[in-house]
Design a protein around this ligand. Structure first.
Ligand code: PMP
Length: 301
């Protein structure tokens, strides 16, 4: 098997040699930012949007990424190429870098940039046919005025805690509420519901990451003539919805068929969900930055 190459410390190193210092504040304090990006048929999907979000997260925590956007774009494309990948999941990590044991970032002289690209282990088809069982959890979503969900930081404990609660409850995914009890999102995905042919998703100010897949789905829904509303809703609205689905880079669009033990309608993935999933899978084939010259669809770099 050929080795996997990781971009680390300004160059490509073999996976086995890709190690960071225990003094890196990304490790010590979760001080850093990241992105998860997908490659479809050699095209990096929505790379500009992911880079924009990465740079905004970094700006928010006063972390200076030591590359221009275009340079980082090239590094990401090169990482996919170097690993000869076609369909892949990319993880970009910018940590504060090595410092001393104190939390003050001013002891860290140089941010660390890491790009990992791996062949994608796709979610099993059966999961899309069956749909997910979701449960609301006791832990609340971080308040945006304490730690904004828009900062995609290396501190993901809020999300990890709710995932643990979901695991304990024996469901597939957690439903996170904000401190007022309004629905925000899943542990790593945005939530939508369908009622009387109108599609609803919570406004991100309630405490959700502005997902890139979420935005693609909002555009697709409008393009296909659905009424689309960003409105606060509660668990009750979810229980009585016609359809519920989650969106995210990893999961794409996936139906939720049960919430807190309540079956959503007949407990099967709904028509609107399936329609948007199939439209989404068309878009990912046509909209991306091409890693290889032979790629027919994306914008070459
Ligand atoms: N919410 C959270 C908390 C996430 O971590 C993710 C995954 N990035 C999402 C939503 C979905 O965002 P995207 O569609 O950009 O992957």
């Amino acid at each position: 098997m050929s080795s996997q190459w990781i971009f680390l410390g300004g160059k490509f190193v073999k996976k086995e040699e890709a190690v960071v210092s225990v003094y890196d504040h990304g490790f010590l304090y979760g001080d850093g930012v990241f992105e998860g990006i997908r490659v479809y048929s050699g095209n990096v999907f929505k790379l500009d949007e992911h880079l924009q979000r990465l740079f905004e997260s970094a700006q928010s925590i006063m972390l200076s990424i030591p590359y221009e956007k275009e340079e980082l774009e090239q590094i990401i494309v090169d990482t996919v190429r170097k690993n000869k990948l076609d369909s892949a999941y990319i993880r970009v990590v910018i940590s504060r870098g090595r410092g001393n044991l104190g939390l003050d970032p001013s002891s860290c002289s140089e941010p660390q940039v890491i790009v990992i690209a791996e062949a994608l282990a796709l979610f099993p088809k059966e999961l899309y046919q069956r749909g997910l069982r979701v449960g609301s959890v006791a832990s609340r979503r971080n308040r945006p005025d304490v730690l904004s969900p828009q900062v995609k930081s290396l501190n993901y404990l809020n999300n990890i805690l709710v995932k643990l609660e979901a695991n304990q409850a024996g469901v597939d995914e957690a439903l996170m509420l904000n401190d007022q009890g309004y629905v925000t999102e899943g542990s790593a995905d945005n939530i939508f519901l369908v009622k009387n042919n109108t599609i609803y998703t919570p406004p991100v100010y309630l405490g959700a990451l502005e997902g890139i897949t979420r935005n693609v789905i909002i555009d697709l829904a409008e393009k296909h003539g659905y009424e689309m509303k960003e409105t606060p809703f509660t668990r009750h609205d979810v229980y009585v919805a016609d359809e519920v689905f989650l969106t995210g880079t990893a999961v794409e669009v996936i139906a939720v068929v049960e919430v807190d033990g309540r079956k959503i309608q007949d407990g099967k993935p709904g028509k609107v969900t399936n329609h948007l999933l199939s439209e989404f899978r068309k878009v990912v084939r046509t909209d991306g930055v091409a890693c290889y010259e032979s790629s027919s669809t994306g914008k070459a770099i």
